[in-house]
Design a protein around this ligand. Structure first.
Ligand SMILES: NC(=O)c1ccc[n+]([C@@H]2O[C@H](COP(=O)([O-])OP(=O)(O)OC[C@H]3O[C@@H](n4cnc5c(N)ncnc54)[C@H](OP(=O)(O)O)[C@@H]3O)[C@@H](O)[C@H]2O)c1
Length: 325
């Protein structure tokens, strides 16, 4: 793929980036190690092969557009193929607007007639549509195989797909539990299981899981959503512990409130509400720092983090007062 680094070259870039980051962050000895980034900072996106699952709206769409402008090769997944193709076209337009050549957005892993296209070399900044339902058995694996046939590997896979139903405790239903956990937790964990063998074989690359500040501690209306995100936070920590020594970076992205279709159903004023574009910018900055946890906006997330240090009596009282629930 002309203009984009090949796999060996990308690995070399990554190794040199890691070295440069360590040199910048590790002045000497134990003090240096204490402040070293937990992940290899990602600053140069040109030619990076990035797969975003949950990219047709909201945070995922904004992140795709931002990375397209920075020259990444993108594969975008969600259930709605029509919307996905529109986002692909917008990404190609964004890349072209940034002066980058773009490729074919028409690939679909689930369309047998299009498989012939998979053998071709990726264009420098192509954006591919890979429609899939993360809650359905076998779909992420089918998409992975199609993408591997084209790219041969991944530099970053972002698991962003998620669902949220505001429910008070007395509105709990097994159906809501199943729907939320099937996507937010089982879907994300299955997705990681699907791409991990490739990342381990590469001995490099990165995973990013989108959690939420709702996973920090119990919040009203996050009766099922909160526990699903708490489990993802824990999962990301386990992954980092196991995979960092094997050269795989693991990023955990914990947004505060972002104005998207997901939060449009909230009937309360969301504090420190951000736009999807602001969220994407914060995420890209977090990747550039090599943060393990990318949380934003800091003025909101830091307060929520502080609350977790409080005795539960004080925590419950403050949450009740803040939410009025
Ligand atoms: N917005 C916030 O304030 C906020 C705060 C904290 C965390 N988050 C998290 O951020 C992530 C993105 O949320 P968002 O606010 O940007 O919501 P969104 O606009 O609703 O985006 C969700 C994305 O996931 C896709 N998706 C949903 N179900 C899917 C499935 N079964 N298989 C594959 N893709 C699926 C959606 O497309 P299709 O419907 O076409 O499949 C869409 O592209 C979620 O994990 C959410 O929990 C959001």
């Amino acid at each position: 793929m002309s203009g984009a680094p090949g796999r060996a070259e990308t690995a070399a870039v990554s190794a040199s980036e890691r070295g440069a980051a360590q040199a910048a962050w590790r002045p000497s000895g134990a003090r240096g190690r204490l402040f070293a980034p937990l992940n290899t900072p990602i600053r140069d996106w040109a030619g990076k092969r990035v797969w975003i699952v949950g990219a047709s709206s909201g945070i995922g769409e904004a992140l795709a557009l931002e990375l397209a402008r920075r020259g990444a090769c993108l594969a975008l997944s969600a259930r709605g193929a029509t919307r996905l193709r529109a986002v692909c076209a917008a990404c190609d337009a964004a890349a072209a607007g940034a002066g980058l050549p773009s490729g074919d957005a028409g690939l679909s892993a689930n369309a047998p007639g299009e498989r012939a296209k998979l053998a071709a070399e990726p264009a420098p900044t192509e954006t591919l549509a890979l429609p899939l339902d993360l809650s359905r058995d076998g779909e992420i694996e089918r998409a992975r195989d199609a993408l591997l046939a084209r790219w041969g590997g991944f530099d970053l896979v972002v698991f962003n797909a998620g669902t949220y139903r505001p429910l008070r405790a007395w509105e709990l239903s097994v159906e809501a539990v199943r729907e939320t956990l099937e996507l937010n937790l089982v879907g994300t964990m299955s997705g990681v299981a699907a791409v991990l063998p490739t990342l381990l074989a590469q001995g490099r690359g990165a995973l990013a899981l989108v959690g939420s500040v709702a996973g920090y501690g119990g919040l009203p209306k996050a009766t099922v959503y909160g526990p699903s995100k708490a489990a993802l936070i824990n999962f990301a920590e386990v992954l980092h512990l196991d995979l960092a020594p094997r050269g795989i970076d693991v990023f955990l992205i914990d947004p505060g409130f972002v104005a998207t279709p997901l939060t449009a159903q909230n009937d309360f004023t969301m504090p420190a509400l951000q736009t999807p574009a602001q969220a994407a910018e914060a995420i890209v900055e977090g990747f550039a720092r090599g943060d393990f946890e990318i949380h934003f906006p800091k003025r909101f997330t830091r307060v929520l983090k502080l609350l977790q240090w409080l005795p539960r009596r004080a925590y419950f009282a403050l949450v009740r007062r803040a939410t009025g629930l």
